[in-house]
Write a protein that binds this ligand. Structure first.
Ligand code: C2E
Ligand code: MG
Ligand code: MG
Ligand code: MG
Length: 277
């Protein structure tokens, strides 16, 4: 019993991952339990336009309301879920929660678009597009109300398969975004071929803009690059009014960050959006 208790406390992702270890099995069991017992929570972080009409968009971010450990942030279980493949179930859970929200009477008539994060495992899963389609039909929502965020590194894991999957998702009507842009190694020539609509500048560059001229230069170049490729560009990690103003001056299209709002539970997000004009 003492051993078991110790194991369930060891929630922290371990880089020395062993898929057959008792610790891994225990965490996997806990994650399955979390889905079945409704311990996962959908949080939404607003994403706002920096020019023109106020739009209504948000990124869906998962949290784990653990009975003993409290609210567990995704970085403590997403990497593990990716390594075990469990993340595919998590993605479907997330997608279904967002579909339910988009079908909810409280969001009817709102021009709401929600971004959902996909992992490498999702991109390489031949079943993904069918499963997403099935959820859309069941809730009666359109693919165009979703944006799917994929990191550069997830794409570069297997560029050919990723490209085929992105083409399929795009034909289905999903908007596509490259997340954490600037942290991976995607070639620009390659990016140009992908059916993406948006680039999201990684928060490390955005947060460094005020103090580091290198970061400011990277942000400026990425905005120009995105526009030259005909893409919308979003800055994540906008923590101050000064950075938001600077991004606006650089013609960045949208911003997301603590200065605008933190990731919020659904009810708080709806209350937040009702307070905007
Ligand atoms: P991400 O997709 O790049 O999401 C943006 C992260 O930046 C979120 O962290 C968000 O809370 C944080 N953030 C936003 N604005 C600010 C800011 O102004 N300052 C700072 N310091 N941080 C800010 P979060 O929610 O902890 O998620 C971390 C990562 O976990 C996400 O990065 C994403 O890679 C992953 N993740 C979260 N939810 C899901 C999910 O449902 N599925 C998958 N596959 N991954 C997820
Ligand atoms: Mg994201
Ligand atoms: Mg990101
Ligand atoms: Mg990120």
């Amino acid at each position: 019993y003492a051993a078991k208790r110790k194991l369930s406390g060891a929630l922290q992702y371990d880089a020395a991952f062993d898929s057959s270890s008792a610790q891994t099995l225990s965490l996997l069991t806990e994650l399955r339990h979390a889905v079945e017992h409704h311990e996962l929570r959908l949080y939404l972080q607003p994403k706002v336009p920096l020019h023109g009409q106020p739009g209504l968009a948000a990124e869906a971010l998962v949290r784990w309301q653990h009975p003993q450990r409290g609210l567990v942030p995704p970085m403590q279980f997403i990497p593990f879920a990716e390594q075990t493949g469990f993340v595919r179930q998590l993605t479907l859970w997330m997608f279904e929660e967002v579909a339910r929200l988009l079908a909810d009477p409280r969001t009817q008539g709102l021009p709401l678009r929600v971004s959902v994060n996909l992992s490498t495992r999702d991109l390489l899963d031949p079943e993904l597009s069918h499963r997403l389609a099935e959820i859309l039909v069941r809730h009666g929502v359109a693919a165009s109300a979703f944006c799917l965020e994929i990191t550069e590194s997830a794409i570069m894991d297997d560029p050919q398969r990723a490209e085929a999957m992105l083409n399929r998702l795009s034909e289905q009507g999903f908007k596509l975004s490259i997340d954490d842009f600037g942290t991976g190694y995607s070639s620009l020539a390659y990016l140009k071929r992908l059916p993406v609509d948006e680039l999201k500048i990684d928060k490390s560059f955005v947060m460094g803009m005020e103090t580091g001229e290198d970061d400011a230069m990277i942000v400026r170049s990425t905005i120009d690059l995105a526009h030259n490729l005909g893409l919308t560009v979003v800055a994540e990690g906008v923590e101050t009014a000064a950075i938001q103003d600077r991004l606006r001056a650089l013609a960045c299209d949208e911003a997301q960050g603590y200065h605008i709002a933190r990731p919020l539970p659904v009810d708080d997000f709806l209350a937040w959006q009702a307070r905007q004009v």
